[in-house]
Design a binder for this molecule. Structure first.
Ligand code: IPM
Ligand code: MN
Length: 394
């Protein structure tokens, strides 16, 4: 396969930059937080002189119950035409748990070849964290989760289901190709940051997959003499993350371990409401998809209690991937500044509604107090991502 470009920059239309944006609000609080993020996007467009052509793609529980289809070929086709996708959340008590998640989120990650799930774990100044004594200086890492394999696609089988003779097997797929993509990306990113990659796995027990990951890390590391690397078992990771997060710069890990440790990472940074992610297609063969890490939270849907920060920070990652680095940095900073002022990070105690917070973040973007929310001189992940993408494209 030939090297494709890594970015999908917008067309230059009428002297301005235009990006096609697929929007999947989804279920529960997904549409609310996505609407808030789009208000922020409006402000970013006016200030930074680009436009988006937005296409709503109605996926989720209601669409499934109406049409019987989780993800039609037409929907995938429409999404494929976009430059990027903003995703709210999927999952509903109206549908058996797992059906929508596997049939839509996981299916899209695979269909659109979104090889990397990028999950920054950054504690912004003034944001309350449940970890006593943790400061922003000590918590700024990125978890690079392999996004298409591992036990998520291993397949399995059960015989004698529902009886005491039941036997269930569940596999895990690990290809050199996908592991290499994730590890190579992690080293490229670390090169732009503090120069440290940590492999997180369970090599003492999962010896086959573990050896493949370790071999790939050793192979890639040889090409990046300026990047240090080390290894931490996933169980030990759960101890180190809350106690000594400053140890980590870029963590690269398998799909399932990444799923688990990024929820813990989200806790460090103030909770799931704040955590952002990007499902990155690093070949440029299909759009990347940006989603808050929180789920659809049906229990609080429609009340304005959801924090749109995760969605806004996902928008920032989206803008960075579209080459709108300045806008990305402004959205990140404005979101952090608004977070710092909140009495609580979600629920009725937040002191403002989801939409109200979207407007506040948008106002921050419009006013341009960039950097204010980030506590000074720290380099932005948004700039680092742009550099990595430029490297991949060359
Ligand atoms: C996530 C979610 C998904 C995952 C679920 C909804 C399938 O937990 O994005 O972290 O396991 O990847
Ligand atoms: Mn998860």
């Amino acid at each position: 396969m030939s090297e494709a470009v890594a970015v999908r920059p917008g067309a230059q239309a009428g002297g301005g930059r235009t990006h096609r944006l697929g929007v999947i609000g989804g279920d529960g609080i997904g549409p609310e937080v996505t609407r808030a993020a789009l208000t922020v996007l409006d402000a970013a467009e006016s200030r930074f002189g680009f436009t988006t052509e937005r296409t709503d793609v109605p996926l989720g529980a209601d669409n499934y119950l109406e049409t019987g289809e989780l993800l039609s070929d037409d929907a995938v086709g429409l999404l494929r035409e976009q430059d990027a996708i903003l995703f709210g959340a999927i999952g509903s008590p109206k549908v058996t748990p797992g059906i929508l998640e596997r049939g839509i989120i996981l299916a899209l990650r695979g269909a659109l070849r979104q090889a990397i799930n990028l999950r920054p774990v950054r504690l912004y100044p003034g944001v309350p964290t449940p970890i006593a004594g943790l400061t922003p200086e000590r918590c700024d890492m990125v978890i690079v989760r392999e996004n298409t394999e591992g036990s998520y696609v291993g397949g399995g089988n059960t015989v004698h289901r529902g009886t005491h003779a039941a036997v269930a097997t569940q596999g895990s797929v690990n290809t050199w190709y996908a592991v290499h993509r994730a590890v190579d990306f992690a080293f490229r990113l670390a090169e732009q940051r503090r120069g440290r990659v940590t492999l997180c796995h369970k090599t003492n027990v999962l010896v086959e997959a573990g050896a493949l990951w370790t071999d790939v890390v050793d192979e890639v590391a040889a090409r990046f003499p300026g990047v240090e690397h080390d290894y931490v078992h996933v169980d030990a990771m759960c101890m180190h993350l809350p106690v000594a997060p400053e140890r980590f710069d870029v963590v690269v890990t398998d799909n399932l371990f990444g799923d688990i440790i990024t929820d813990l990472g989200a806790v460090l940074q103030g909770g799931l409401g704040v955590a952002a992610s990007g499902n990155l297609n690093i070949e440029g063969s299909a759009p990347s998809m940006f989603e808050p890490v929180h789920g659809s939270a049906p229990d609080i849907a429609g009340r304005g209690w959801a924090n749109p920060a995760g969605a806004a920070l996902s928008l920032a990652l989206c803008l960075a991937s579209l080459g709108e680095g300045e806008a990305a940095a402004a959205v990140e900073s404005a979101t952090a500044a608004v977070l710092a002022d909140l009495p609580a990070l979600s629920g009725a105690q937040m002191g403002a509604s989801t939409a109200g917070l979207g407007e506040r973040i948008a106002a921050g973007v419009a006013q341009g107090a960039d950097g204010a929310g980030l506590g000074g001189a720290s380099t932005s992940l948004m700039t680092q991502l742009a550099a990595v993408q430029a490297g991949l494209a060359s």
